[in-house]
Design a protein around this ligand. Sequence first.
Ligand SMILES: NC(=O)c1ccc[n+]([C@@H]2O[C@H](COP(=O)([O-])OP(=O)(O)OC[C@H]3O[C@@H](n4cnc5c(N)ncnc54)[C@H](O)[C@@H]3O)[C@@H](O)[C@H]2O)c1
Length: 380
Amino acid sequence: MQSGDSGSVLPLLRGALLRFIPAVTLCEVPDSSAGSDLSLRVHGEDGSGDPSGGPVAELQTFVNTHGTVPRTIRVADGPLLAVGSTLSGPAERSGEPLINSLGGREDVVKGRVAVVTGGAQGFGEQIVRELVGHGARVFIADLNLDGAAALSSELNALHGAVTRGVAVDVSSEASVSAMFAEVTRLAGGVDLLVSNAGVLKAGSVKELSSADFEFVTRVNYTGFFLCTKHCAQHMAEQNRFAPAERSTDIVQINSKSGLSGSNRNGAYAGSKFGSLGLVQSFALELVGDRIKVNAICPGNFFDGPLWSDPDRGLFVQYLHAGKVPGATSVADVKAHYEAQVPMGRGCRGEDVVHALLYVVEQPYETGQAVPVTGGQIMLS
Ligand SMILES: NC(=O)c1ccc[n+]([C@@H]2O[C@H](COP(=O)([O-])OP(=O)(O)OC[C@H]3O[C@@H](n4cnc5c(N)ncnc54)[C@H](O)[C@@H]3O)[C@@H](O)[C@H]2O)c1
């Protein structure tokens, strides 16, 4: 690691800070001639082999002397960093106590830094809202930056500086890499990636264009690979010095179509089945970095825009296509699909978040696919 390589040193330092304070963000701030609470003589390589040396030892000495973590840290020959607890940038001192404990399920993501791709609408929006409600700091990463920024403004007005919209196209490696670099600059690292952005182009295998097939594959399958690749690099650095009992999580929002074939929807189902192969493989590799990798497989989100959009939603499309015999209204089509779910309703954002909190809380599981389908899919 080079001196001043803040892209790597921020997660590493945040990991060290997590030993003293469970909910912490670490933000690069404009350089100034002002001094800092703590000037690190060493970082990175100096402590990499032996966490008792380097930045952990220097932080420990500071905490022992002052009874608190520093408000600002100057990295040797590098950036000035603000230690905080929100995404507001330059620092207010975190009010969190100097303990590192996990409480009940409601505390599972409290103070954790999360990235939700495709967070501007649909399941992603629901997940963002629920994570914020559970005390997480959430980056809303979406192709639709205006939508992400609008959701962020709404939530920040209610809760303080706890979210931020960031632009990303998950199908572009340059874009994904830049997004995680920005997140790291603004928060110091990341504890939870919810890889949710996904697209659907249905169609018969006899007619689907290869362009549509590749578009779906590129976003749903390759996009998950790219997000995991760039997120895992930052997480691995962070986890090197983080407390041993603390792991980080990558969770893909998959689908029931990743567990059972989907008629005339092969591109989508294939991208989801394939992603479970990635989940299992990445889980095996990243367990050594204390990164768990799991998938959640929701059933149909009938109340979301994909199904319920009044102009382009699937219910309207299926009504006009006569796909449901005898249906004369959107309500008839919806009732037809709800009847296929043993629990009689579609999946909701809060159902997905129940599963999300479970896989994050569960320290002893990785590489799993958790169905959330109201009984429509049962694992054998
Ligand atoms: N809607 C359902 O019934 C359903 C069911 C099971 C699983 N899922 C899965 O849940 C996830 C979300 O689905 P949804 O229905 O809420 O979607 P949606 O279409 O309502 O929202 C998707 C979001 O992802 C963003 N996005 C699209 N392409 C992107 C890209 N290349 N880079 C970054 N952002 C991008 C969009 O701007 C949008 O904000 C998907 O992975 C989907 O496969 C959905």
